[in-house]
Design a protein around this ligand. Structure first.
Ligand code: SF4
Length: 268
């Protein structure tokens, strides 16, 4: 039997759940409110975190806290803040294991006032979280009022300093320039941007701002040039499948490498 050697991960994320408040058109993992209310168990998460901490200990300097999309460990989903107590417990576990560059990703649905954001971010910070990644794109803002995202950025910067990541800056700046208040349907985003900033629109909807996988081909595929399956017969997924950075482990313990949203390499 031919074996596929998989390198040890150097950075990655743990899915708390596939459940989300949103059903974004571009979501790599097709998350939505319709997913079952399944969450990673603390007991199993602890086993995974122990293994990750051993791998990371061999490569990161002691007490390394700088956060980056492809650094350390992040908690993600789905939307982690749908189960804040579990998120907090996971951060404490990871902190006890001295896992470096620990951050959480969020769509900011919960950032309805300053007090809540201050409280949640501060408690996570005290528990050992090093930073936060705020999702900003034309799909998230179809459902999340932009004011909540701005609030998370403002307070997150105060609490996490340079470890507050806006993913992606290009979209955040576009929404700021549009003076966006509330939500914005994607079709309206397209029609406004076609007139006001066609180059920004092109850059925003191109790779790597948009990763053409998961729900994206079904919901926004009509915006892109299509190729028949045979055009890809000479391609290989080997590099993606054996990529050691930004791997994901989901709440069913699937080990999913690279940006592959479809293949599990086994039980983590
Ligand atoms: S907010 Fe994130 S996880 Fe939720 S549906 Fe949108 S892209 Fe997916």
């Amino acid at each position: 039997m031919v074996k596929l050697p998989i390198p040890k991960p150097v950075s990655g994320g743990i899915f708390l759940t596939y459940k989300c408040t949103n059903e974004c058109r571009h979501c790599m993992y097709a998350c939505s409110p319709k997913w079952r209310d399944d969450w990673i168990s603390l007991t199993d998460a602890e086993k995974i975190l122990k293994t990750i901490s051993e791998f990371f200990r061999a490569i990161y300097p002691k007490d390394f806290k700088r956060v980056g999309v492809n650094l350390g460990l992040h908690f993600t989903g789905g939307e982690p803040f749908l189960n804040f107590n579990l998120l907090l417990d996971l951060v404490k576990l990871a902190q006890n294991l001295k896992i470096p560059s620990l951050f959480v990703e969020t769509n900011c649905f919960w950032c309805i006032n300053d007090e809540i954001v201050e409280d949640r971010f501060s408690r996570l910070r005290e528990a050992g979280l090093n930073g936060a990644l705020i999702s900003v794109n034309p799909f998230v803002i179809e459902q999340i009022p932009f004011e909540r995202i701005e609030r998370a950025v403002k307070i997150g910067r105060r609490i996490f300093g340079g470890n507050l990541i806006i993913y992606q800056e290009i979209f955040y700046e576009q929404m700021k320039r549009l003076g966006l208040k509330g939500t914005l349907p994607f079709e309206k985003y397209l029609s406004i941007m076609r007139v006001r900033d066609p180059l920004g629109l092109y850059a925003g909807l191109s790779y790597p701002s948009i990763l053409p996988m998961g729900r994206a081909p079904y919901r926004i595929g009509h915006l892109y040039k299509k190729y028949s399956a045979k055009e890809f017969f000479g391609e290989s997924c080997l590099e993606e499948l054996t990529r050691e950075w930004h791997v994901h482990i989901d709440n069913y313990y699937n080990y999913v490498t690279g940006y592959c949203a479809g293949l599990s390499l086994g039980d983590a």
